[in-house]
Design a protein. Structure first.
Length: 213
């Protein structure tokens, strides 16, 4: 099990969650489901490393290079049974590029994912979100159940490896998700000092988030 790699994906996914709202727990669990506990990326013909840990099929939506893919053998669930096929998968320069592309796919309304995320932002029903995304993302009938089980496993791993870096990133994400902090996109947002007026606004938001007047 690549625990350090799992933590790295979780931390990157927390940053994405703060920006667009895709749950970091979801993104981390899906990476494990698609690439195994050792986070093995898809290896294409000729032993080419794709840096693809999400099993993302070749789409070329965000790339100019029409040949930026690898071909690999995979299994698909078709007409009630698994079959083996050769398919094209996206090839990335880094794992970070793959994680970011994964988030862009989940925000793509033409693929059907965005409505799932939009509804999750309103009701915070992660289990239902997983069920809906799974029906679009994968052909496996057990995909959603596997995701739910893996999210519980990831929670346990994170809890056992908790350190200041993880706590700091989780705290930032929690404050943003509750509307207490609203990053302005500047690079120094999380490092700059607060004025008393800014602190007063933050404390007021915090009080409201806790159900205060």
């Amino acid at each position: 099990m690549n625990k350090e790699g799992i933590i790295g994906i979780y931390l990157t996914s927390l940053e994405i969650e703060r920006t667009v709202g895709i749950p970091a727990l979801f993104s981390t669990a899906q990476a494990i489901l698609e690439s195994g506990w050792n986070l093995n990326p898809i290896i294409g013909k000729g032993n080419v490393d794709s840096n693809n840990i999400y099993g993302i099929k070749w789409h070329n939506y965000y790339k100019e290079d029409k040949n930026d893919y690898v071909e690999a053998v995979t299994k698909e669930f078709v007409n009630g049974k698994y079959i083996t096929i050769t398919a094209k998968f996206q090839k990335y320069n880094s794992l970070g590029d793959c994680i970011r592309d994964h988030s862009r796919l989940l925000l793509d309304s033409s693929l059907g994912y965005f409505q799932c995320l939009f509804d999750y932002r309103k009701d915070k029903n992660l289990a239902r979100n997983v069920q809906r995304v799974a029906k679009i993302y994968a052909t496996s009938p057990t995909y959603a159940n596997s995701m739910m089980s893996l999210m519980n496993d990831v929670k346990e791993i994170i809890a056992n490896m908790k350190n200041y870096e993880i706590e700091k990133e989780e705290a930032k994400t929690s404050m943003v998700s509750q509307g207490i902090l609203k990053p302005d996109g500047s690079q120094d947002y999380w490092e700059k000092f607060l004025s008393r007026k800014e602190l007063a606004v933050i404390l007021t938001r915090f009080n409201k988030a806790r159900g205060g007047a």
